[in-house]
Ligand binder design. Structure first.
Ligand code: NAD
Length: 247
């Protein structure tokens, strides 16, 4: 069982899916959680005080700065806020491209900037976990803005790990495969059935993952059990990236 007792951990994207599971798992492990999302996450997490809930759009630099400054020093951050954005380059809409990069990549950078500033000022050790995707590691058809944003998150993680290791701030990333959350419910549609079957089959464990399975890996990386791990990319993908299966 992971122990996060006496750690104060901020989670973005906590109103749904993986972020919500992270908030709940961190709380179960003893952390005090500040659950944030662009919409009020309190009903989704169901966490009572002393856990806090905050409406925070990760792309709003001024609000990110002012709201996080009020929280005082934090021990951990999970950047889980994310959106999808589809299209090959010749049809992609510029607004979609910009929005996906703004939320998935710039948003993670903006929140990290404020949390790291507070960690450096307090002299406390810290742990940050970003969420990329298997499609940050490999190319994939039809989802260029999303996939590119996630490869950016992988490299953002490595660069932050390099900059803050000496201050004992560890920065890691998890790369999930297909996880059943509201982000992926479109795969449940009748017309997506065949694609979904093939997609599931590309995962060695032959099933989609659950948000709690990603949250468990994230909580490990936040904890002192991962005290010598920084700059790492942990695939939580049911084996998706371990082998190229014939389709
Ligand atoms: N579900 C999957 O299969 C999968 C696979 C790989 C990676 N991921 C990544 O995991 C993370 C969580 O995804 P999920 O599947 O739980 O999706 P989700 O849609 O269930 O949750 C995403 C959350 O992010 C919030 N959000 C979106 N824009 C925001 C903004 N500007 N500011 C603050 N919050 C914002 C949403 O309100 C939502 O609550 C995302 O980064 C996603 O890209 C998911």
């Amino acid at each position: 069982m992971i122990n996060l007792t006496s750690k104060k951990i901020l989670v973005t994207g906590a109103a749904s899916g993986i972020g919500c599971a992270v908030a709940q798992t961190c709380a179960k492990a003893g952390a005090t959680v500040i659950a944030t999302d662009r919409i009020d996450p309190s009903e989704s997490t169901g966490l009572p005080a002393p856990h806090q809930h905050l409406v925070l759009d990760v792309t709003d630099a001024a609000k990110v700065e002012s709201k996080i400054a009020k929280l005082g020093p934090l021990d951990g951050l999970v950047n889980a806020a994310g959106i999808t954005g589809a299209g090959p380059v010749h049809t992609v809409e510029l607004d979609v491209w910009r929005k996906v990069l703004e939320v998935n990549l710039t948003g993670a950078m903006l929140v990290s900037k404020q949390v790291i500033t507070a960690m450096l000022e307090s002299g406390r050790a810290g742990a940050i976990v970003n969420i990329a995707s298997v499609y940050g590691m490999t190319g994939g058809p039809g989802n260029t803005p999303y996939n590119v944003s996630k490869s950016g998150v992988l490299h953002l993680t490595r660069c932050m790990a390099a900059d803050y290791g000496a201050a004992n701030i560890r920065v890691n990333v998890v790369s999930p495969g297909y996880i059943e959350t509201p982000m992926t419910t479109m795969l449940d549609a009748e017309e997506m059935h065949e694609f979904r079957e093939r997609f599931v089959a590309m995962h060695l464990l032959k099933r989609p993952g659950k948000p709690e399975e990603v949250a468990a890996a994230i909580c490990f990386l936040l904890s002192d059990a991962a005290s010598y791990i920084t700059g790492a990319n942990l695939a939580v993908d049911g084996g998706f990236t371990a082998a190229h299966l014939p389709i």
